[in-house]
Write a protein that binds this ligand. Sequence first.
Ligand code: OTU
Length: 563
Amino acid sequence: MNEDKIKVLLNNLYGKEYNVDNLHQKFNNLCSRYRSHRPEKLKELENRTPDLWYKSSNNICYILYPDLFAPDSPDSQKLNGVKNNLSYLKDLGITLIHILPILKSSGDAGFAVENYKEIDPKFGTMEDFRELTSKAHKYCIRIVLDMILNHTSDTHPWAAAAKNGDKFYQNFYLFGDSGQNWPGVPEIFHEFAPGHWDYIPELNKWAWSTFYKRHPLGVKEEKFPFAQWDLNYKNPEVLFAMMENLFFLANQGVDVFRLDATNFLWKEKGTSCVSLPQVHDILKLMHTGLEKVAPKSIFLAEAIELPQSIIKYFGDSDEAQTAYNISMMEAIWKAAATSDVTTIKEVSSKMPAIPPTCEWMLFTECHDANFISELDEETAIILYKYFLKNKGLPFMLKEGKPYSGAVSGTTWSLLNGNKDLILLLEAVKLTIGGIPMFYMGEELGVENDESYKNDPSKKDDSRFIKRIAIADKLRERRNIPGTKENILFSKIKELIALRKNHPASNLPPQFLDTANKSVLGYYKKGEEKTFYLANFSDKDQIVTLEDKSNKTLKPFQFEVINR
Ligand code: OTU
């Protein structure tokens, strides 16, 4: 991006109150300082890395909590535990690891950050993290890390100073006097952290808090021993301070930054405060800076919205390079729930074109609850009922609107341990297009664990039902023939290899008319034409192929035909 564009963006955000030339100077000084700090070996890696490395069909992402992925490692050695298990991930065919938050934090499973430049001691040290990224790069595995731009913990030094009356740091957050919701602004954690404000007894004021609050409106006693206070991006000092954190982490070896809750960055009374135009200006500036410091590191936008809104996060190829394809995730689950593949075809046909430099990331399960309500109410109701029938637990429900939120549960539990259907869901995820993602344990058939309900700090948050330790002995079961771990791991490994053998896997699908609503047929045209057939029903299905031949598919059968 040229310098004029940077000034335009700074002017959009801050021109009314600040001198844009001074801000531009500060922006470039920050970028060049961190570029000069960048380790030589990361610069060498950049030089060996193709521009659009993330678009290769070779990419498969694995999402893990270090403490749960390495439960056998002692506290403070969790990152080393992950480092010592890279061969397990390499064996599966993983090329990207989304390491869930490991920075010093005070809650929300690491999403309430207290220090962006310090690793939480329970995981290890920043040196351990640098060793992990360095060894991962040697394994041709890249690192995804959450960049939690929207909020800090209320125990972050900035928030502590604000609580102590420091005016400079009070301007890092958004304060109000009443705690009353702004009309039209959605509540995210309605059940256990209602409203948008957190009451601060020390100041007798309210801080804007989209997520966890100590004192939600109307709750006298302290509800949680921490809060997440939203940052005030109307203050350019916040932009520069968070860019500094971003660049610091990039220089530790992070390849992909998951922009957590990025759609909430800008607040304007009278609006929904979701995905406002200023959010995109902020992200374009941050990406421009990242390109100056770490030119091959990229952004993954976490915006739980419909494709029409999500594609705005790709900008003009100058914002995020990847984003979650939430509607395809919901469509795949709907096919599993109803044996009807119509929605997959509809979602795919309505998917807006994305810039050639961008790519979707597609999970069917992640560390959060399964989303159900981004498509339409019919789908939300189907998924809600299906998931709850299969041991799922509601999450983020709006009062009186049970189909409004999400449902927590592991893939194995939500599909009732139906291995054939699980493998069909994984096969479609791996070949329908975009970078496939696996949440830790999906490949081993890990089941829901309700023990989190005994922990007062977790009992209200059903997402903990799926945040389960994977001990070495569980991982070893993948080598015991006939166990579910062996069946799932080896079949998923095979499917991943199949995907990698077809460079065209990442292209959008061309659908066949199978004349059968339970059978999804699509092909990808690379050097050869590869056809995929997926039978989502529990009965034999006969389909007519392009060459007018008939083919019988067994229940939940996935068939690949090369022409
Ligand atoms: C994100 O959540 C993270 O994925 C969650 O793990 C955190 O709790 C949350 O931010 C706060 O940091 O950004 O679109 O299941 O997906 O709250 C809203 C609901 C978020 C989460 C949702 C999401």
